[in-house]
Design a protein around this ligand. Structure first.
Ligand code: PRX
Length: 649
């Protein structure tokens, strides 16, 4: 990559251009324009990136706009695991590394070749079958970043079971809500996990959940930490014991493209997390083609995405995208600052990582610790960088480019969501001059549009709500058990358009700039936390009458959680009570949702219809003065504003 040009942009080097999948602006526009003229033809062509048992779909795309139901490649037969493993083993990658597992401790390493990974996956498929799991059944997965996690997911996909991963950092109640909703037969967990040098309990939490009434009949437990745990006879079995007696061969199930592959729960604007349902064929075509288009992976390279497989980024870009293309993907159990602040760079240097994909929150945290932690390592193997999860500001982008990328690596700022399954907007780094902080171009087959509140299209430079015109293959089909909610959340604001919930603007060059959420979803360190989920946790405390939760800017985490709480009569404000409230959220939702601030308030600003005006609370929490709050005349009691400003913490 050559340095910044006179427009403040970063052109790709000739060398990188040659090696990239899309090599020039002309090539991008040719592919893109054609894809938008006829998206179905474009996507049908993309189905060639995976192997099908049959491509017997009658219509590649159907769309019932009234019901908001759509299908891609329905009638086509395939298997996701076959595409991620078997076909590569057949095609000469048997002894190529599929997954490099780097544990938190440096000597804790396991490398699985495609051949070995297939072997493990076939065995675990048989374990699942022996526990009664059949095609279409759900399997709940609550595991840390250990190899058994991808093995479980690939085994589910092999036998047609639907996996539902719950991020290991969630607490019992969050896990419970996500588990009961999808009625799994089997749950896969571990005794515990390691994080930052500490052992963290997992099985204890699972035991707590399963004390309540659930559909789970078997719990498979991975031995990770060797902690003392309680196993319930007749229900709980050890992973290693089951694997030792499992038959070795398991043929992949023939799946319809529209058969569900997985559910992944994400926070929304209500207290109840939504189980987004992704399909087998459309999702894999999206994962595979986007990985190819964005990351320019070349055989022999090592690709590292630092996300957790408990989130969509890990599903698509640690697992399904890279493995469907036969790449070597590194999975890392640890954190950036353990044992020291240079852990990422130590790992990147050790494995000679070629492509490094992380989140702005990690970049900001690393930047704060000082460049020395990075420059002491030889990172010359890195050829490109990625960013995902939140907006990355221009300063942080430039620092990442210079210090981690040595001024030579392009950065793909990739925008997408749990719902979209795969990246929708990202620079094609071999084709365009990069603009720091812009996610730049829609991927082929994707047509974004930005509308103002009045539903007229924004002109260049104007900000509005980002929609995607028409469904594309990797878009979630529904919310598990709640299609109505799916319609209401994504398809009602502008019928026929998918509402992303993000603000954006597009500039004169057609480059997209993402501006963050426009709904009541808070992005803490890139993790989506529903304000309503935190409010529900607070309200369940006996002292709390009402709660409102808003984001405030945070230097490292992007956003932090600020809570306004009104107390029931008879309860007094105290530091101890505030601490109890914070703990309440940690215990119910999880440590990732820990509020930064609790402000006890006598009243909250409400409209005449009783709606809490979060817009005002956001501003108050963020430090705005009264005259910066805008119109407050619709409030029942405008006096509440002065009190809230005065009580700001
Ligand atoms: O607000 C956007 C932000 O993350 C949200 C999606 O969160 P989640 O479903 O958890 O998936 C995260 C990983 C794909 C989006 O609505 N977001 C994601 N990537 C970016 C981003 N915001 C700005 N720039 C990005 N590159």
């Amino acid at each position: 990559m050559t340095p910044e040009n006179s427009k403040g942009q970063y052109p790709p080097s000739d060398e990188y251009r040659k090696y990239a999948f899309i090599k020039s602006e002309e090539e991008y526009y040719r592919i893109y324009d054609e894809s938008i003229k006829d998206p179905v033809a474009y996507w049908v062509k993309q189905t060639d990136c995976i192997d099908w048992f049959s491509k017997d779909w009658k219509e590649a795309f159907t769309w019932d706009k009234k019901e908001n139901k759509f299908t891609w490649f329905k009638g086509g037969k395939m298997n996701v695991t076959y595409n991620c493993l078997d076909r590569h083993v057949k095609n000469g990658l048997k002894n190529t590394a599929a997954i490099i597992f780097q544990g938190e401790e440096d000597d804790d390493v396991k490398v699985y070749t495609y051949g070995q990974l297939l072997h493990e996956v076939e065995k675990f498929s048989n374990v699942l079958k022996s526990k009664g799991v059949k095609k279409g059944d759900r399997v709940a997965v609550y595991l840390p970043m250990v190899p058994e996690l991808p093995i479980t997911l690939l085994a589910c996909a092999r036998i047609g079971a639907v996996h539902s991963v719950v991020f290991a950092g969630f607490s019992s109640d969050s896990v419970y809500n996500r588990v009961v909703d999808c009625t799994p037969k089997v749950m896969v967990t571990s005794d515990g996990s390691y994080r930052g040098g500490k052992k963290i309990d997992m099985k204890g939490k699972v035991n707590e959940i399963l004390e309540k009434d659930t559909s789970v009949t078997t719990v498979v437990v991975v031995k990770r930490t060797g902690s003392d745990i309680v196993m319930e006879e007749g229900r709980d079995v050890w992973w290693h014991e089951e694997m030792a007696k499992a038959p070795i061969r398991c043929e992949p199930e023939v799946m319809d493209a529209e058969d569900p592959l997985f559910l992944l729960y994400t926070s929304g604007t209500t207290g109840k997390p939504k189980g987004l349902m992704h399909t087998s064929g459309g999702y894999l075509v999206g994962a595979c083609t986007s990985f190819r288009n964005v990351f320019n992976y070349a055989p022999g390279q090592v690709y590292w995405c630092t996300a957790d497989i408990g989130w969509i980024t890990g599903h698509t870009y640690i697992l399904y995208g890279p493995l469907s293309l036969g790449a070597t993907t590194l999975m890392f159990e640890g954190v950036p600052n353990y044992p020291e602040n240079d852990r990422f760079w130590q790992v990147a240097e050790k494995w000679k990582v070629d492509i490094f994909y992380t989140a702005p929150t990690a970049i900001r945290m690393i930047r704060k610790t000082g460049d020395e932690w990075i420059t002491r390592h030889d990172l010359s193997s890195i050829k490109m960088l990625g960013s995902v999860g939140e907006p990355i500001d221009a300063d942080v982008w430039k620092w990442y480019h210079k210090t981690v990328g040595g001024g030579r690596c392009p950065i793909a700022d990739t925008w997408w969501q749990t719902e979209t399954g795969s990246i929708l907007i990202s620079p094609m780094t071999g084709a365009f001059n990069l603009k720091p902080a812009s996610a730049m171009k829609p991927l082929p087959g994707i047509e974004p549009v930005i509308y103002k509140e009045d539903k007229t299209e924004c002109a260049a430079g104007e900000s509005g709500n980002l929609y995607i015109k028409k469904p594309f293959p990797s878009l979630a089909r529904t919310i598990w058990n709640d299609h109505e909610k799916f319609v209401e959340t994504y398809w009602t604001a502008f019928p026929g358009h998918y509402l992303t919930g993000d603000g954006a603007r597009v500039d004169e060059d057609g480059d997209y700039w993402l501006l963050g959420r426009v709904d009541d979803v808070i992005s803490v360190a890139g993790h989506r936390i529903g304000a309503a989920e935190v409010e529900a946790a607070l309200i369940s405390h006996p002292a709390v009458a009402e709660a409102a939760v808003v984001p405030i800017p945070d230097e490292i985490k992007g956003e932090a959680i600020y809570t306004f709480v009104t107390l029931k009569d008879g309860f007094e404000e105290s530091e101890d009570l505030k601490k109890q409230l914070i703990d309440q959220v940690r215990n119910i939702v999880g440590p990732i949702a820990t509020p930064k601030t609790v402000q006890i308030a006598n009243g909250l600003p409400k409209t005449r219809s009783g709606k809490i005006m979060r817009r005002l609370l956001r501003k108050i929490a963020g430090g705005s003065k009264k005259d910066e709050l805008g119109d407050t005349t619709t409030l029942i009691d405008p006096g509440v504003i002065d009190v809230l400003i005065k009580g700001r913490v």
